[in-house]
Every structure is written in C-alpha cells, then in structure tokens.
Design a binder for this molecule. Sequence first.
Ligand SMILES: [Ca+2]
Ligand SMILES: [Ca+2]
Length: 177
Amino acid sequence: MHAAKVVAILLALLPPFAVRAESPVQWLANGHWYQMVMDSAVTWESARVSAESMVWMDMPGHLVTVNSQEEYDFLAASVWNNRYIYGWIGAFQDSPSLPAGEGWQWVTGEPWDYTRWCSGEPNDYYGPGSEDCGDMYPGGWNDTGCGGWAHFVVEYEGVTAVEEASWSTIRALYRTR
Ligand SMILES: [Ca+2]
Ligand SMILES: [Ca+2]
C-alpha cells in the first residue's frame, strides 16, 4: 500500500483532535472536584460555557475559582502536577477600560479576596484592554487575551453550605470511630 494512503488511514483512526478530559480529583478540604480538560483550541469564553455544561456526580461545573492559598496549593500539586500547562481559570476583568489590576471577578461571584498573580502580572501586555482573562500555570496566574487558546480547569461543587455543614458533621463522626 502506498505510504501516503497508510498515513491517511492511520490519521482517520485517531480520535477527534485534542480534547482530553482528565479524571476529576477531589480536594477533601471543601469536597469540590477539579478536572483538567486538555483542549488545545478553546477561548476563555468557550471554556466558560463548556465548564458550565459539565456535570460530575450530579455536581455542576464552572471554570475553576482559586479562592485561597490552600486551594492554589492543591491545584498546583494535584491538577497541574507541576506540568507546564496553561489552563483558563474563572477570572475575568469586567471592563477593558480599567487598569490591568482592577475590576477582576470570579465567574461564580465569589469575593475577589485572594490573588496569586505571577510576578509582574497582571500587565495588559499588549496595551490597555488587551488581557482581560486569567490563566494559570505552575507559579501563578497571568492575565492574557480572552481570544487566546488554552486548556481549562473545571471545578465541581454542588452542595449548599447547610449540606456541607452536615457532611462535615458526618465526616467528623466517622473520624472519631
Ligand atoms: Ca474554588
Ligand atoms: Ca499578562
């Protein structure tokens, strides 16, 4: 068989390119699950929409929100696992006319009270309004253009604070046995 034909057949047998969702991992501190979705061709907005359409164990997803040093450390160690991967996070700047460091929000509306920007970030590198979406890689966060391409990380959380409190009680009971 002609070599080019062999290559064509092999290519046809490959799965559709580039989307590979890794197994979700749970952070026991809050019970949430986190999943790296390796997708080489997704903008921040399409990552946001995809994340919000995903469900894991009846829990709806959203682009990951990094709300504390402990959550960052968990993500760095368990989801990024020290790999040099750019992943969209659920951080965005609500107005392009704002200075690089102002007006940042989480997709969930959680308070913007913890940040882990890389040194020199956020910087609107290509000028005002050029970088209004957040991504993360080992070392911290960067503001980058929302139309760029990156992988993304989904966070799944489905229980209310009341349910979480009762689960904490149940877990504590089991721990004392
Ligand atoms: Ca979070
Ligand atoms: Ca930047």
